[in-house]
Design a protein around this ligand. Structure first.
Ligand code: LLP
Length: 421
């Protein structure tokens, strides 16, 4: 459930009409609902009730500091994958001991900043990373807590570009080599081995792949404990999918996911961490755009919007579906018609949807892309010298711009011309 509903014929974010935000901020823009963010975070938190746990929001999904602060105040930790994310989380007030550092390619600089600034744990993904991290920690006079990310060779049954748990993927160490890698980690003086990490992919719509992976993690926990490792924390990654297409069947709920965790891993007495991103932010955000033109093509009508692939890359990159709805509620019984919904960028890939049924729309009308809160703003670019679009956060009947649209002057002045020109 989210908090984007029609009230009196107009789509609202909580108690704010989207048209009011559009009038003040201009389109396109992203808008997030605080209540939805918090609701989704709490669903996970409650699903793990009874187990020692921390929900570490995967901030790659949507990393505006206002979003981070909203979740952190409710008790969330953060999963970061770069030192930029680490510093952003810190700036939003998240303490180091609630920040988990994931990722296959951490550099010396990144390690130094995180070790010095404080970290809950590093999720280490390779032997060379282990050696380097141990050396960095030692040079700073520290011993850092780590888990090793294992690759369980499980098919997540999701889009190939976001599957991470098969042996051909670059992530983690093969679970078959885990004992030897853990032995090596335990012998490194700068590291304290505290647990196991696993993440098999994103937008999973079934529980079965999680179950396969978590059973393997349970078995590995027993094996590593028998080898003498004090495995006390399990980081289970993120990945639970969201219903992008409302007319389709829905993925499992966080409660069902929590029950699976208890069933597969509850007996081990470990502290549980999870790293959900999409399920917390995805349906907590919309992309709102205006129709520039309706253009008649050969046998089809194009709805040309002021948002484009640089603002929301998911359809172009993953053939992703986003529900598109008019901001003014259509009259009951109004006949829908198919549109190709496109942006103004100069490539045919700049297509959000083909032959999408929508009520008749005209120049100036507002439309909203649902489920755009995760991997939306964070993946945007300035392609075609289009400014990054504003982000707005709503809470009840208030809204605030949480990222300004840059001026063209700001954008242009970021370039510098070499002396020889
Ligand atoms: N933990 C790790 C180590 C991850 O790599 C990811 C996502 C997550 C947690 C969060 O997964 P989530 O709960 O959000 O599924 N840009 C793509 C999604 C990329 C996901 C990358 N890793 C998209 O727009 O679909």
């Amino acid at each position: 459930m989210d908090h984007f509903l029609y009230k009196n014929g107009a789509l609202h974010a909580e108690d704010v009409p989207l048209a009011d935000i559009a009038a003040e901020v201009g389109t396109p823009f992203y808008v997030y609902s605080s209540a939805t963010l918090l609701r989704h975070f709490r669903l996970f938190d409650e699903a793990l009730e009874g187990m020692d746990h921390l929900v570490c929001y995967a901030m790659k999904a949507a990393s505006n500091q206002a979003i981070l602060k909203t979740l952190a105040e409710a008790g969330a930790g953060m999963d970061v994958v770069s030192i930029g994310e680490y510093l952003r989380a810190k700036a939003a007030g998240v303490p180091g001991d609630k920040i988990v550092f994931s990722g296959v390619g951490k550099t010396v600089e990144e390690m130094c900043i995180a070790v010095e600034g404080g970290i809950r744990q590093f999720n280490v993904e390779s032997e060379p990373e282990m050696e380097l991290l141990s050396a960095v920690a030692q040079s700073l006079g520290k011993v850092v807590p780590i888990t090793v990310r294992v690759n369980p060779d499980v098919d997540a049954k999701t889009h190939a570009k976001i599957a991470t748990g098969k042996s051909e993927n670059k992530f983690g160490i093969p679970i078959s080599r885990a004992r030897e890698v853990y032995a090596m980690a335990a012998a490194l003086p700068g590291l304290e081995v505290i647990g196991i990490d696993v993440h098999i992919g994103s937008q999973l719509t079934e529980l079965e792949p999680f179950e396969l992976a978590y059973n393997k993690v349970a078995e590995l926990t027993e094996t590593l404990r028998a080898d003498g490792h004090d495995i006390r924390r399990l980081d289970l990654g993120g990945g639970l999918g969201i219903p992008y297409e409302r007319s389709n069947t829905a993925p499992p709920l966080p409660t069902e996911y929590g029950a699976l965790i208890k069933k597969t891993l509850g007996h081990l007495g470990c502290e549980i961490e999870i790293e959900p991103g999409r399920l917390i932010a995805g349906n907590a955000g919309l992309l709102v755009s205006s129709v520039i033109f309706v253009k008649s093509g050969e046998g089809r009508d194009f709805l040309i919007l002021d948002a484009a692939m640089n603002d929301l890359i998911r359809p172009a990159m993953y053939d992703a579906w986003h529900d598109i709805v008019p901001v003014i509620e259509p009259e009951a019984g109004v006949e829908q018609q198919p549109y190709d919904v496109v942006g103004p960028v100069c490539e045919s890939g700049d297509t959000f949807a083909k032959q999408r049924n929508l009520p008749p729309l005209a120049s100036g009308d507002l439309v909203a892309f649902r489920s755009a809160g995760a991997y939306g703003a964070v993946m945007s670019s300035e392609y075609n010298t289009r400014p990054l679009i504003p982000e707005v956060l709503v809470k009840d009947n208030q809204f605030a711009v949480i990222r300004q649209r840059p001026s063209f002057e700001d954008m242009i002045n970021r370039d510098t011309i070499p002396s020889w020109l």
